[in-house]
Design a binder for this molecule. Structure first.
Ligand SMILES: *[C@@H]1O[C@H](CO)[C@@H](O)[C@H](O)[C@H]1NC(C)=O
Ligand SMILES: *[C@@H]1O[C@H](CO)[C@@H](O)[C@H](O)[C@H]1NC(C)=O
Ligand SMILES: *[C@@H]1O[C@H](CO)[C@@H](O)[C@H](O)[C@H]1NC(C)=O
Ligand SMILES: *[C@@H]1O[C@H](CO)[C@@H](O)[C@H](O)[C@H]1NC(C)=O
Ligand SMILES: *[C@@H]1O[C@H](CO)[C@@H](O)[C@H](O)[C@H]1NC(C)=O
Ligand SMILES: *[C@@H]1O[C@H](CO)[C@@H](O)[C@H](O)[C@H]1NC(C)=O
Ligand SMILES: *[C@@H]1O[C@H](CO)[C@@H](O)[C@H](O)[C@H]1NC(C)=O
Ligand SMILES: *[C@@H]1O[C@H](CO)[C@@H](O)[C@H](O)[C@H]1NC(C)=O
Ligand SMILES: *[C@@H]1O[C@H](CO)[C@@H](O)[C@H](O)[C@H]1NC(C)=O
Ligand SMILES: *[C@@H]1O[C@H](CO)[C@@H](O)[C@H](O)[C@H]1NC(C)=O
Length: 644
């Protein structure tokens, strides 16, 4: 059949039905011309002619039928546009799908496949967005999914068909107005342990990484996916990645795009807001950039949050160019310490957690080995430098990856990622073991440091009060036993303010700690309203489980006693008897003391040792002029007063 003759013959037919063409197929009898659209049966995708932004050229493409902002996911003639609206897409006499411009004998684009019996082919647009050339027996002769452009949509395979050698990968457009093949591509590299890699030309710019069983190692967030079912097949037939739905009923439109400026983007369509939500874009930060830190190093943004430099040599390695390294250029990476005694007794492995495991292109893989066997495999070969589970899992990983040469492109994630084991000699093993146990004590250390900070503030407050006292030539001595506390004072009116009350007096004042008198509750215990000598007071009764020992209580009393200041709630006295420890404060009407201490939330984490209480004041006019320094614990501002 002569295509030109065919075209002329069918044209008048289309003039009658202009813009009303909406079958899901193209047959030898029904070609489509510019302005017509083919719509998939479920109305998800449309096929037709379009012009990109800022362009008059015409292309045949597939886009979402129901997304108002035209989002083209596939382009047929991306390298050969038609100058005007004269294009026609049809099945030619050989059974191929062809695109013709006017007055042209050669098609501008063709499915260009061998068709066994030429008369019966037709093309159909499926709801997945796949445009398929079929024959009566329904076996696909050609499909657009085998020739992706810049978008990966659900059900579309990315990667290799091992028997045909076909490799399906995404390539960016040249620009927003030119769908031609651009610089960037996202493809599966089958070498070693297969990885998904983002290229600029042939240069790797980001490694999505190897498949961990739940997602790509460089995209750990994929394992949290609840809508899309991300799957990877690696067998003799194919090495392919596919996104499908966890549940076909909740078909959220989703796509992975490679954009013109060099980013991989994952989008999901939000029908309420009628816009694409960008779920992930990469490379997003320095540690994403391929080999940003050079070989044998770990890019760790978390460890370096206070400083700028994010590169750290792997255990047992040292900077290759110390000078550049010191100038915060990590690109030369690290080398094994020259005196390292690898493959000698006493050696072992140091674990790095939450990492993207190194480039697996040259790694060796054995899916039948577990972690322990993997370690043995690595120890058994002197050139093995590290190992990891190939797949990660909630109940331990499976499979074994071993690395022999340089280990490149390792990075640390906040809380995702895999465990990676680096081989070190006996000396380094001992060093890191020590370091590791120190790390485990980090929390304890933080607690100690916080108490040290508290203590130093207490000490400075003490120093101020000493200064005051020296001026006043007064003295305070405090003697404390487990059961009672006595203040032996000189006749300083300051010290007279902190009398000791016995338990019976307090019980009476609070109506025997009646719940009616309860003002509030914190982690440290209860606060009651009471009446002492006709004066309203608030009584903090420390819970027996507060963990506050008599020493800490003594410190607190000492401190608060010396911190009488107009910004602070006045402490009127205390009570220590048997296991009871109580503080008596002046009562502040209208609001519970509790709310002054801990704000509105009584459930806030409370400090083990309630140390300071402030009275609500206008900070701007009060503290600014009188305080020496401020700090805050659980939103309680501590004001250390200057003598006035
Ligand atoms: C479009 O026009 C240019 C010149 O303006 C010409 O070189 C090119 O061949 C034309 N393309 C088609 C498909 O007609
Ligand atoms: C479209 O462009 C081709 C050459 O590029 C020309 O021969 C043809 O007449 C044009 N058709 C229309 C409708 O402009
Ligand atoms: C293009 O084809 C139309 C008929 O289809 C014809 O009238 C016109 O002269 C042709 N133009 C050129 C430049 O060949
Ligand atoms: C069809 O394929 C052949 C060889 O595979 C190639 O030479 C030819 O240019 C292709 N034609 C089109 C229109 O793509
Ligand atoms: C791979 O390609 C061959 C030949 O085109 C085809 O028969 C086979 O179904 C394909 N395999 C997969 C898994 O797509
Ligand atoms: C996800 O896809 C894989 C491969 O197609 C399939 O084996 C698996 O059962 C799917 N999982 C769910 C939850 O649908
Ligand atoms: C989901 O839809 C796809 C594409 O239409 C189909 O191949 C698959 O069998 C469906 N899965 C289920 C569980 O219905
Ligand atoms: C490509 O993606 C990046 C990151 O999402 C974005 O900043 C940039 O504007 C995009 N470029 C284009 C041309 O859309
Ligand atoms: C290796 O050399 C470093 C200094 O470069 C030294 O600190 C370390 O103790 C040496 N280790 C051994 C095992 O000699
Ligand atoms: C160690 O592993 C390397 C890389 O896989 C291999 O070439 C070499 O033969 C192995 N050596 C031994 C002793 O097994």
């Amino acid at each position: 059949m002569n295509p030109k003759w065919f075209l002329i013959k069918t044209l008048p037919f289309f003039f009658l039905f202009q813009f009303s063409f909406s079958s899901d197929s193209i047959t030898p009898q029904s070609s489509i011309k510019d302005g017509d659209v083919v719509i998939s049966t479920g109305k998800t995708f449309a096929l037709g002619f379009f012009s990109p932004t800022n362009s008059k050229l015409r292309y045949v493409g597939v886009w979402y039928y129901q997304v108002p902002e035209q989002t083209v996911v596939w382009v047929a003639n991306r390298e050969s546009p038609i100058n005007n609206t004269s294009g026609v897409l049809s099945i030619d006499s050989g059974g191929n799908l062809v695109l013709h411009g006017q007055n042209q004998t050669d098609p501008v684009w063709s499915s260009n496949t061998s068709v066994p019996h030429s008369t019966s082919s037709f093309a159909r647009l499926y709801d997945s967005g796949n445009l398929v050339l079929l024959q009566d027996d329904d076996s696909p002769l050609w499909q657009s999914f085998d020739y992706p452009t810049n978008n990966l949509v659900p059900f579309m395979p990315l990667g290799l068909n091992q028997s045909s050698g076909l490799n399906r990968f995404l390539t960016s457009w040249k620009s927003e107005s030119d769908p031609g093949v651009g610089d960037y591509s996202l493809r599966i590299d089958p070498s070693g342990f297969p990885q998904l890699i983002f290229y600029r030309g042939s240069v790797i710019i980001w490694r999505a990484g190897s498949w961990t069983g739940l997602g790509w190692s460089g995209m750990p967030e994929m394992s949290q996916d609840t809508i899309f079912n991300n799957s990877f097949v690696n067998n003799d037939e194919e090495i392919t990645f596919r996104v499908t739905y966890m549940n076909n009923a909740s078909m959220v439109l989703g796509r992975v795009a490679v954009n013109e400026t060099g980013f991989m983007q994952r989008y999901a369509w939000n029908p309420q807001e009628q816009r694409w939500i960008l779920a992930r874009s990469a490379p997003a930060e320095d540690c994403d950039k391929y080999r940003f830190c050079g070989p044998n190093s770990n890019c760790n943004k978390i460890q370096s949050y206070s400083q700028q430099f994010q590169c750290y040599c792997l255990p047992g390695f040292e900077p290759k160019s110390p000078q550049n390294w010191n100038l915060q250029d990590g690109s030369d990476g690290c080398i094994q310490k020259p005196n390292a005694s690898i493959c000698q007794s006493g050696e072992g492995f140091v674990m790095l957690e939450h990492v993207k495991v190194p480039d697996t292109a040259a790694a060796s893989v054995d899916m039948s080995l577990g972690l322990k066997q993997c370690e043995e495999k690595c120890l058994g070969n002197c050139s093995c430098r590290g190992y990891a589970n190939a797949y990660s899992g909630n109940n331990g990983g499976t499979g074994c990856l071993t690395w022999y040469g340089d280990m490149v492109d390792i990075r640390t994630f906040t809380d995702a990622g895999q465990d990676f084991y680096v081989r070190v000699d006996a000396a380094d093993l001992a060093r890191y073991r020590k370091k590791g146990s120190l790390n485990k004590k980090l929390l304890v250390a933080i607690v100690i440091v916080s108490f040290a900070v508290l203590f130093s503030m207490a000490a400075s407050a003490f120093w101020f009060s000493r200064k005051i006292r020296r001026v006043r030539k007064s003295s305070l001595s405090l003697s404390l036993t487990a059961n009672s506390m006595h203040f032996e004072e000189s006749l300083d009116e300051r010290n007279a303010e902190l009398p000791l009350f016995d338990f019976g007096t307090i019980a009476e004042a609070t109506n025997n700690f009646s719940t009616d008198n309860k003002l509030g509750q914190g982690g440290f215990g209860l606060v009651y309203k009471g009446s002492l000598k006709g004066k309203a007071v608030a009584i903090k009764r420390l819970s027996k489980s507060s963990g506050q020992g008599i020493e800490e209580f003594k410190n607190e009393i000492t401190l608060i006693a010396k911190l009488q200041h107009r910004n602070l709630v006045r402490v009127l006295g205390c009570c220590v008897e048997k296991e009871e420890k109580m503080l008596i404060y002046e009562y502040l009407p209208n609001k519970s003391l509790d709310s002054f201490i801990f704000g509105k939330e009584t459930s806030l984490p409370t400090p083990k040792q309630p140390a300071f209480i402030i009275r609500k004041t206008n900070q701007a006019d009060e503290t600014g002029s009188t305080s020496e320094g401020t700090a805050s614990i659980n939103e309680v501002t501590i004001t250390i007063p200057q003598g006035r």
